[in-house]
Design a protein around this ligand. Sequence first.
Ligand code: CMP
Length: 137
Amino acid sequence: MERTLTIIKPDAVKAGHIGDIIKIFETNGFRIVAARLVNLSKPEAEGFYAVHRGKPFFESLTGFMSSGPAIPMVLEGENAIARLREVMGATNPANAAAGTIRKLYAASIEANCIHGSDAPETAAFEISYFFPGVQLI
Ligand code: CMP
């Protein structure tokens, strides 16, 4: 069993796709271990995406991620990190496979509906970023 951090991003919350995306998690056998609704400040978004500091899209991305409510969640399942990335689809929805969350609901490479951890080390950091000191069950 493995855990991963996902965020239903502000574009998907605003467009009313929370339920659609959670349904896809459930259909694909992920167990929801934790969830919050947050309205990130710009510094909080910058802290989360610190690995991207200095990239051309950093300012815009962190502005977007602090533009409205978002839902970080911890998902658990076999091979959860890689499987969630399959279910999400490519970062740019234009390149995402049919049936993936980003193909179904995302508008652009920035407003791309959903985040998912890319490796065990980043999952550990990202889970502790949103659920510090929380006993996950
Ligand atoms: P995410 O999986 O949350 O990880 C980093 C995010 O940066 C990514 O999804 C996109 O939303 C965004 N991103 C990555 N590359 C670009 C890019 N070239 N232009 C704009 N945003 C990007």
